[in-house]
Write a protein that binds this ligand. Structure first.
Ligand code: ZN
Length: 493
């Protein structure tokens, strides 16, 4: 700290103190920045506008602070008192101008939220403990930040608020929340003043009867500060918003892998916001409009197929009109990632091609391997399901992998795995007999429409000797396709 503030009982005493500072500064070769220095005389609680300057022995002259002037001490404008309301307005203004600048910056979602946390939010949080903020004021600023995010299409107005503030590790977006941050700052500062028992600190504690923002004379002042655990609990307990976190905690789901897209934070903030609105079940589907928003619409049946209620689950995974094209594209995007990486690994391809340009050949082969894409496997006796996404024969090991990709609704994930094993059981048995194979495996690869990673996917990816990073690539394609499917569906006729 190089800002020094001296208090004295009289002008005479003040001058003596200033002489000491001046002499000390001279001896260590430090200069006083006179243009930033001022004296202020107070009589019976009133500032005296004497205009009298103080000249020190070393010929340095310090002016007086006049009535209308303030000075900046540790970044806060003050005169006799801290100019609380002016300072608060100023900090709010800085926060909002920085927030708006960042929102125009085209950062990826995680970088954007990080930047808000480390550049915009601190314009207010650094005053915590110095200025007194009420919970109402803090909540209002939090609300304004959310409204601004909504204006930029980054946060759906009906999406979970709590989720915005939950860490990305736990499935949230990791935005700092002023109310909780305030609680933490105050608690830390109070702890500092309470753990020291010197007479000075005791006196400070006694004297601070609602004088400072820390309210030190009151032992039981504890402003709210929710932990990640509490936020998570609150999120899960919500009827609609709580479904996705409920699925995340299921045994069949690998939570860490499932939240990879959030930890990496590579999506555009708008896309991430849209995905969250889908996961939070607040997209304007007919089911939502009629039963949640209570709008008077004639029917809640699907606008495309009329075969089922138009829920977000229906749109993302079970509409017969969307299946042949949109769901298939999503499915193929994931299957192609696996196909290309296997082909590279097995020496069947030399160069990697960008994912969206990759068109797998029906058969790739070399001395040892035969790798089929979406090909009908012929057997002696006919079987009902004989066209898996990928089939790999290994001549040397006399083995075969039947690999099939599924992208089910979040609810159907456990059923989907068993169904795949069952579906290709017959084919596996027949191929094993026909080619006299030593081993035969059915490998379902499953990520749900919302990007939840079915827990076998990790070991299955390892069994294929592939780098585990491709799970993240596959997840990225799935969630991008899902957001596109929903947008197309809801914008369509
Ligand atoms: Zn439909």
């Amino acid at each position: 700290m190089d800002d020094l503030k001296l208090y004295a009982a009289s002008l005479e005493q003040l001058k003596r103190q200033l002489e000491i500072v001046a002499a000390f500064s001279d001896s260590i070769n430090m200069r006083m920045g006179i243009n930033k220095c001022a004296t202020l005389e107070v009589k019976r609680g009133k500032m005296q506008d004497t205009g009298q300057q103080t000249t020190l022995l070393n010929n340095v002259t310090i002016p007086t602070l006049t009535d209308k002037q303030t000075y900046r001490y540790l970044g806060v404008q003050q005169a006799l008192e801290i100019k609380t309301s002016e300072m608060k307005d100023l900090y709010r203004e800085i926060l909002h101008s920085r927030l708006n600048l960042l929102l125009k910056s085209k950062l990826s979602s995680k970088s954007l939220f990080n930047a808000i946390n480390i550049w915009a939010i601190p314009s207010i949080t650094f005053s915590f403990g110095i200025l007194t903020w009420s919970t109402t004021e803090l909540r209002e600023i939090d609300r304004n930040i959310r409204t601004t995010l909504t204006k930029f299409g980054i946060h759906h107005p009906h999406s979970s608020k709590i989720r915005l503030y939950l860490s990305r590790r736990q499935g949230g977006r990791g935005l700092l929340n002023l109310e909780d941050t305030h609680g933490k700052h105050i608690e830390n500062l109070r702890t500092y003043f309470y753990k020291n028992n010197s007479p000075l600190f005791q006196a400070i504690r006694m004297a601070d009867d609602n004088l400072s923002a820390l309210k030190l004379s009151s032992r039981d002042y504890h402003p709210t500060q929710r932990t990640d655990e509490e936020l998570k609990h609150e999120w899960r307990s919500m009827a609609l918003h709580g479904r996705y976190p409920g699925h995340l905690e299921k045994e069949e789901i690998n939570k860490t892998e499932s939240l990879r897209y959030l930890r990496a934070g590579y999506l555009f903030p708008e896309t991430e916001g849209r995905l969250m609105a889908i996961q939070d079940q607040v997209m304007p589907t007919r089911m939502y409009l009629r039963h949640i928003a209570k709008q008077d619409i004639p029917s809640d049946r699907c606008r495309k197929c009329s075969q089922a209620p138009e829920s977000i689950q229906h749109i993302t995974s079970s509409c017969t009109i969307m299946a042949p094209r949109d769901y298939l594209d999503r499915h193929n995007a994931m299957a192609k990632i696996y196909h290309q990486q296997m082909a590279l690994k097995l020496g069947l391809l030399q160069h990697e091609i960008e994912q969206h340009l990759y068109c797998p050949q029906t058969l790739l082969q070399n001395e040892r391997y035969r790798l089929y894409w979406d090909a009908t496997m012929l057997t002696d006796r006919g079987v009902a399901h004989n066209r898996p996404d990928i089939t790999l024969f290994d001549k040397q090991r006399e083995s075969c992998f039947i690999i099939d990709v599924t992208i089910p609704a979040d609810d159907n994930v456990s059923r989907a795995y068993a169904e795949k094993l069952n579906k290709y059981g017959d084919l596996a048995f027949q191929l094993k007999e026909l080619y006299n194979l030593k081993s035969m495996s059915i490998i379902p690869l499953i990520i749900t429409v919302n990007g939840l990673v079915e827990h076998h996917l990790i070991e299955n990816t390892e069994r294929l000797k592939l780098d585990l990073n491709i799970i993240s690539q596959a997840q990225k394609q799935v969630i991008l396709y899902t957001t596109r499917i929903v947008r197309k569906f809801l914008q369509g006729p």
